[in-house]
Each structure stands twice: as C-alpha cells, then as structure tokens.
Design a protein around this ligand. Sequence first.
Ligand SMILES: Cc1ncc(COP(=O)(O)O)c(C=O)c1O
Length: 368
Amino acid sequence: MNLRETDVSKRAFNFCAGPAALPTAVLQRAQAEMLDWQGKGLSVMEMSHRSDEYVAIASQAEQDLRDLLAVPNDYKVLFLQGGASQQFAEIPLNLLPEDGVADYVETGIWSKKAIEEARRYGAINVAASAKAHDYFAIPGQNDWQLSKDAAYVHYCSNETIGGLQFDWVPQVGDTPLVADMSSDILSRSLDVSQFGLIYAGAQKNIGPSGLVVVIVREDLLGRARSSCPTMLDYKISADNGSMYNTPATYSWYLSGLVFQWLKEQGGVEAMERINRAKKDLLYKAIDDSDFYSNPIAHNARSWMNVPFRLADEKLDKAFLAGADERGLLNLKGHRSVGGMRASIYNAVGMDAVEALVAYMAEFEKERA
Ligand SMILES: Cc1ncc(COP(=O)(O)O)c(C=O)c1O
C-alpha cells in the first residue's frame, strides 16, 4: 500500500447525496488519532466497545448531539445499525399494534419506501400525497386525511432525491409524530419536543454510513409487538445503551467528531445561517438564468439537496465532465429524476457553492 502525505488542497468539492462530504478537520483529527488514540497505543477501531475508553467516546458523542439539538431528558438517543431503511420496518414493529393504523404522508421516493415497508406490518393510511403536484409541492395540512386513532404519523422532512423539504412541522395533537430526517437533521433549528421519534441515517449530516441515529420519547419504548426481533426492539437498544450487540464503533466515534466540529462552528443555529446563505445563492443562480431550472414550489425547496436541469439535456454530459475537471464532484442527479443535483450538507461550505455557481455561469455563457 502506498503511503503519502495528505495534501488538503487536493480535496475536491463533493456534492454527493450520501455518503456525503465530511469536514476536512474531522478527517484530519481521525487521521491523527488513527494509530494511537490519545496515547493508548491503538486505534478506535481496535477497541472493545465495552472498554472505558470507548464508552467515554460513545457517551461524549451522545452528549454532544443532545447539546446540539437540545434533546429533552425524556428522550433516548440511540446509535443503531441497518441504516434509515431498517427504521422503515422498526418503526411499525415497535409502534403499530397489529390491529392498529398508522398515517403516512407521501412526498417522494423515501416516504414511499417507508410506506411500502410499513404495509408489511399493518394498516397504513396515506393521509396525503404530493403526487397530485407531481412531487413538486407539499400538500398543506388542511388537505390531510388523518385517521382518528393513528398509532403515529410519519413523514419525511426532506426528500433527498426530489429536493422537497418541509419548512413547517405537522401538528398532530397527541399522536406521536415520526420523522425521517436523514438528509436535514442538524442543518437548521429543530424543536425535538414536537416529535415522538426522529431518525436519520448518518451518511449525510452526521458521519459515515453504518449508523442510524434514533431520538425517541421514552413513553414510546416497550411497545414492540412480541414478534419484533430482539435487535429491532427500541427498549432493548435503549436499556443496553445501543450496545446490545457490537455497535458500529468507528462510525459512532467519527460522528462524535462531527458533533464536536459542529459545536465549534457555533452549533445548529450557525449552520442554519450558513445553509440559508448557501441555498439562497444556488437557487438565485438557477432562477436568474433561463438555462437552469428547478421545478419545486419555493416554500418547499430543499436547503440540502438542490436538483436542477439544464435547458438542453444533451449538454448534461459536458456539464458533468467540466465540473469534474474543476473538482466539483458528484453533481449527477438521481437516476429516477435525471439532470443535476447538488447536495449541500453542513460539511459543504460556502466556498463550494460559490465555485459551483461560478462554473454554472461559465458553462451557460459558453454553451447556452
Ligand atoms: C430521506 C432518506 N431516508 C432514508 C434513506 C435510506 O437510508 P439508508 O441508506 O441509510 O438506509 C435515505 C438515503 O439516502 C434518505 O435520503
């Protein structure tokens, strides 16, 4: 294996939807600690998850996440495996009684997947769908058909593929609100107390893949149906500090470094300010041009995932090739949507968005 000094200036601007860019400072810290974590003579990857050292790393990560989101004391924070997709099953297995009904809001591919999986476990009412708006707008809550006795209401706060994001929190009274926040957690302020359960796959705004974070109100624990696999029972995970079995130790550690980095940046409020400026700049570049377009209703445009099309799709290949040459990577849109998509998570700085906007203007001038 070739070993060479890392040249930070060689790091590209990575607009990947996930696994996504991580802060360079975090990777450098992990690099510095790789062979010898804090003088212990071993890597975090080689530690027992039961060791005092690792338990301290894991607890600090949890505490930092709690601080960042001001998680109330009556919520558990779990660091689990299986990705956000496993939660599509874990949620009904824990929260939907066999003879009950759960309400789901369908706003795109990810919420659709959650619905399809939940249907394997019980009655699902699709209370609202963005289909009538071609998934370009979110139906207002007045148009939702919520069930009278739903076990919970599920929605996806940011559809990573379509680029459709709620800028409001559904009001569902005493029914637990469950949100897939895989692609927008920690990007703007959030009142955790409005939710029964929040889950997020790590590989966008949290850390590397291999981890899903679940924030769950304690009164929702202990409701799993008897057929629920042990590994998917939230109460068992909570009672064992997310260590019923060996957790994804390195992903958990690296996520902890991301939380420390976020605190150093000024926390979620600071990220919200930066993210607002980033998305304003990019959407303005799209809207000011006749060459680029984004179809999403303005109040539902995602701050994190910005899909856009070129006026002539025959130019897509040239656009992507030029972007690659300039170190602007992973701008190809999802195969189901086509066009381009720029994912501008927390670790993608304003400098990356400025470089992208400058390239877009240059390409338009030359090729439009
Ligand atoms: C909003 C959303 N939900 C769920 C998932 C699935 O996540 P995972 O690959 O961790 O299962 C993704 C992945 O991109 C996503 O963006």
